[in-house]
Design a binder for this molecule. Structure first.
Ligand SMILES: Cc1cc2nc3c(=O)[nH]c(=O)nc-3n(C[C@H](O)[C@H](O)[C@H](O)COP(=O)(O)OP(=O)(O)OC[C@H]3O[C@@H](n4cnc5c(N)ncnc54)[C@H](O)[C@@H]3O)c2cc1C
Length: 316
């Protein structure tokens, strides 16, 4: 699907080069399948990996001025990208991955992996992030989604986040200002972009911290289909139910559409079993929603985000 921009693509690429300076940080027609844990997704017209905050703000300002759709990608672990890809600009903050610790406060760039932060916290004998060790997202995606597992959630340890706001300013938001809820932060509505975040942890016993992380990871390997590409839990937990149990009780365990499958190991996961496509994933998700609604009257709401579809649940 072609989209006509205000300028030819070559000129846009040149403008990005004037901002970022390094041509290796500007890619065109970059297949997004290689940037999502589903291993699905067509090409993005532009794929940018800036290194400095000034570059990020200048890219966003340029996109707005040129009316170019843009999207911030983390580790792509909660994302289904259309087979047609994304007509616009993908911005990855993968170079913003510095992690530091000072006493009980840790600071991490938006592109750092949660697992790297949890592991560094353990190195410093800081407790509080054990739950995050096995979540394959970045700090940016995890703060935005208030990622959580095993009774822990980002909002329990986040002190503040530096955010690029819609108006182009950079502001530091306190935990309270981000109005966290279940898989929710106010960034979902304000469209703020996390640049870095501070976490308030507690001195703990290093062996206990490491043991807890190892235990959570063993439980994940036992219960979750980590051997196949997926985007984690497909649906949010409906009030009073478990999505996986409802799907299993509806007889949909192992249900397939093309190469996509409701995992036999954990019905809450949709897996890419055999070169599945985004269209197949969408059909499977929609079928599951229909059957569960018919059988149990419960509407399953996707936890994963959709990108590049006409009615996606994403920003920009
Ligand atoms: C095997 C597996 C297990 C998982 N287990 C869990 C789990 O236990 N708990 C859990 O909560 N999740 C889990 N997930 C889902 C996923 O890892 C989390 O939702 C994670 O927080 C997504 O982060 P990401 O960087 O991959 O974001 P992406 O998938 O890249 O993006 C998700 C959303 O975040 C936005 N975003 C990305 N970066 C930024 C930024 N810097 N500022 C603002 N918004 C941004 C994107 O625009 C998009 O809307 C799992 C996924 C997999 C594949």
């Amino acid at each position: 699907m072609a989209l006509t921009y205000q300028k030819p693509n070559d000129e846009i690429a040149q403008d990005f080069l004037n901002i970022i300076k390094k041509s290796e940080h500007i890619k065109r027609q970059e297949p997004l399948a290689g940037h999502t844990t589903f291993r699905i997704g067509g090409p993005a017209d532009f794929f940018l990996t800036p290194e400095k905050e000034e570059e990020v703000t200048a890219i966003v300002a340029y996109c707005k001025q040129q009316q170019l759709p843009y999207f911030f990608l983390g580790n792509g672990s909660n994302l289904l990208v259309s087979d047609d890809g994304w007509r616009g600009v993908i911005i990855s903050l993968k170079h913003f991955r510095k992690i530091s610790a000072e006493e009980e406060i840790m600071t991490a760039g938006a592109g750092a992996l949660l697992s790297a932060l949890a592991s560094k916290a353990a190195d410093h004998a800081l407790a509080g992030l054990e739950f995050a060790a096995g979540i394959p997202g970045t700090i940016g995606g995890a703060v935005m989604m208030n990622a959580g597992a095993y009774g822990g959630e980002i909002c329990q340890v986040l002190k503040s986040a530096r955010v690029l706001c819609e108006d182009g300013t950079i502001r530091t938001y306190s935990n309270e200002e981000l109005s966290f809820g279940y898989r929710y932060s106010s960034l979902k509505e304000s469209h703020g972009i996390v640049l870095s975040a501070e976490f308030a942890l507690k001195k703990g016993n290093q062996e206990e911290i490491r043991a807890k992380m190892a235990d959570y990871n063993t439980r994940r390997r036992e219960k979750q289909p980590l051997e196949y590409p997926s985007a984690g839990s497909t649906f949010k937990r409906p009030e009073g139910y478990f999505a996986g149990k409802l799907i299993e009780d509806a007889g949909l365990k192992g249900y397939r559409v093309g190469g996509m499958e409701v995992s036999e190991k954990h019905s809450g996961f949709v897996i890419n079993k055999n070169h599945g496509t985004a269209e197949e994933a969408r059909k499977l998700i929609s079928d599951v929603q229909t059957v569960v609604l018919e059988k149990f009257g419960v509407r399953l709401e996707p936890e994963i985000r959709f990108l590049g579809f006409t009615e996606d649940n994403n920003r920009k």
